[in-house]
Design a protein around this ligand. Structure first.
Ligand code: NAD
Length: 258
């Protein structure tokens, strides 16, 4: 129960990796806010809230579009109103494009950056506005913790998704800058960078060719699961990680080491 009594928001918590983070956080004792533009998982299956509450955990769904400051502002204000504080903010929601540089339109760029860069900036800013007003919990060093979901893309190329790769490199930079600027305020800020994670979603990312290529690049004998990423997020969200800040933790089966 590493997150007992903690309040945790996860954006994009309806689907895939965000859902796994929400479920694991609740299993570790957190009161979880699932913030998303949809409630049903993109990959199908049971809603995050139903999974958590059936297991006896505490969770609430909030409809939030993270590209809008007024909605992010309301998300944090309502959370604090109901639960007294915000301990952990997980900025997980992201949008994909579909094009290499020369085919990337202004519209595609803006759609992807609105979620991956601007939405993450809003999430970090609003969370820290709240966190610096609260004392660390007894026994804890941090006033609050942020975990941003980056990607191996943004560190290496993102073929046919230029805007997405750029948005993910923004996540790594934002994490470092925030960690340095707000350590004195006892805010811990880290990122988790997934490699190839099979979330159950269909589409070109799991075409036979893409899977074969990912296996060839990944030293570990299997590809990633949403739960692999969730485990790293929970570690960074807990008091187990306090002198770790500004880090971008790869969860990629060794892809980037190879
Ligand atoms: N799946 C992978 O292999 C992989 C690899 C590297 C990084 N990642 C990163 O992990 C995170 C989760 O990936 P996933 O594959 O589970 O994604 P996903 O597309 O399955 O789920 C993303 C969720 O974000 C929500 N969302 C999108 N726009 C939103 C907005 N404006 N406001 C609020 N919610 C919004 C969606 O509704 C969806 O529920 C993302 O940041 C992604 O970039 C995933």
């Amino acid at each position: 129960m590493r997150l007992e009594d903690r309040t945790l928001i996860v954006t994009g918590g309806a689907s895939g990796i965000g859902k796994a983070i929400a479920v694991k956080a609740a299993a570790e004792g957190a009161s979880v806010i699932v913030a998303d533009i949809r409630e049903d998982p993109r990959e199908g299956g049971e809603n995050t809230i139903d999974v958590i509450t059936t297991a006896g955990g505490e969770a609430e769904f909030m409809p939030v579009d993270i590209t809008r400051w007024d909605e992010v502002d309301r998300m944090v204000s309502d959370t604090v109103l109901r639960r007294g504080r915000l301990d952990v903010m997980v900025n997980n929601a992201a949008a994909h494009g579909r094009s290499a540089l020369l085919d990337t339109t202004e519209e595609e760029w803006e759609e992807v950056m609105a979620v991956g860069a601007k939405g993450m900036f809003f999430g970090c800013k609003r969370a820290i506005q709240q966190m610096i007003t609260q004392d660390p919990r007894p026994g804890s060093e941090a006033r609050g913790r942020i975990v941003n979901i980056s990607s191996q893309h943004g560190m290496i190329g993102s073929p046919n998704d230029f805007a997405y790769g750029v948005s993910k490199s923004c996540a790594v930079y934002m994490t470092r800058q925030i960690a340095g600027d707000y350590a004195k305020d006892r805010i811990v800020c880290n990122a988790v960078a997934p490699g190839k994670i099979l979330t159950g979603k269909t589409g070109p990312a799991i075409s036979p060719n893409a899977i074969e290529y990912s296996h060839a690049r990944t030293p570990w004998p299997r590809l990633g699961r949403s739960e692999d990423v969730a485990a790293a997020v929970i570690f960074l969200a807990s008091d187990d990680a306090s002198y770790i800040t500004g880090e971008n933790l790869m969860v990629d089966g060794g892809w980037m080491a190879n």
